[in-house]
Design a protein. Structure first.
Length: 285
């Protein structure tokens, strides 16, 4: 990898769909604050089995109406070819050009269902139906998908998504840059040479990040976990430590020439803006 100059490092942002009118108003304000970063695009998550699809579509439309490029997460669990075809037509009618294609979490109490077993099946279907109309992002798991049988099986699943027509990938968040670099190297060895953008998770509280990491299979290195736990309820110390850790991670990635950074904003702006200020990614004005 070659070093990417700060000014040329693309950024993207992820939001989740709000559930209340108040949440919608707050998210609109957060987006306005973060647009100073000139994100390449803003993505909106999709609940298990498409459970938040109306909220997702609403948030995506708001981003498009604000003159920004949007990307909708799109899960295929429980979907049929006809339902996916209808959703793709809706996306095209909205003017959407980007999709984050995912298998999605299985709804509680249900086994695999629908006509798509894997995200690669969804990617292949989107390509067959729409050609090159959509830029398709897929997920990557530097520390292995929690349901994968082995690291090699997980890499093969990723390679299948690349072969199916994915344009690029966004990783699950991580705090160990070596895991990312090794994943990219091994994926490229399998012929999956699409850009793999690191997903960056700000640390704003200890219990939330540790619980979230445990649920999705992301590793929090022991030294980070112990430091967070040692702060107890001292939110100022947690935030200061988290800013140092995540900024340092981003700097390691940037120096190694990653194609972009994708921030999981958690619908908040302050921490992402501070990280980008430290990285000198904020416009001078």
């Amino acid at each position: 990898m070659t070093t990417t100059p700060a000014a040329s490092l693309p950024l993207s942002l992820e939001f989740f769909p709000p559930k209340t009118p108040e949440g919608t108003a707050r998210l609109a304000q957060v987006r306005r604050e973060l647009y100073v970063l000139e994100p390449q695009f803003c993505s909106v998550t999709y609940g298990a089995g498409g459970s938040t699809q109306d909220g997702t579509i609403g948030a995506v439309q708001a981003i498009l109406d604000e003159g920004r490029e949007a990307a909708s997460h799109f899960t295929c669990v429980g979907a049929t070819r006809e339902s996916v075809r209808e959703r793709l037509a809706q996306f095209k009618a909205m003017g959407l050009k980007r999709i984050v294609a995912l298998r999605g979490d299985l709804p509680s109490g249900f086994g695999p269902m629908g006509e798509f077993r894997h995200a690669s099946d969804l990617v292949s279907f989107i390509r067959a139906e729409t050609g090159d109309h959509f830029h398709i992002e897929v997920a990557a798991y530097p520390e292995m998908h929690p349901q994968a049988k082995s690291p090699q099986a997980d890499l093969q699943a990723f390679a299948a998504k690349a072969r199916a027509g994915a344009n690029s990938a966004i990783t699950q968040f991580f705090f160990n840059s070596d895991a990312y670099f090794r994943f990219v190297e091994e994926a490229q060895a399998l012929g999956a040479d699409i850009p793999v953008v690191p997903g960056i998770m700000p640390i704003t509280n200890s219990s939330g990040i540790l619980r979230f990491a445990d649920s999705c299979g992301a590793e929090v290195p022991r030294w980070i976990r112990l430091r967070l736990q040692s702060f107890g309820d001292d939110s100022a110390s947690i935030r200061a430590f988290g800013l140092d850790v995540v900024t340092d991670l981003c700097e390691q990635l940037r120096c190694a020439g990653v194609p972009a950074l994708h921030f999981y904003t958690m619908n908040a702006s302050a921490t992402v803006l501070e990280i980008c200020r430290r990285l000198e990614l904020l416009p001078k004005a």
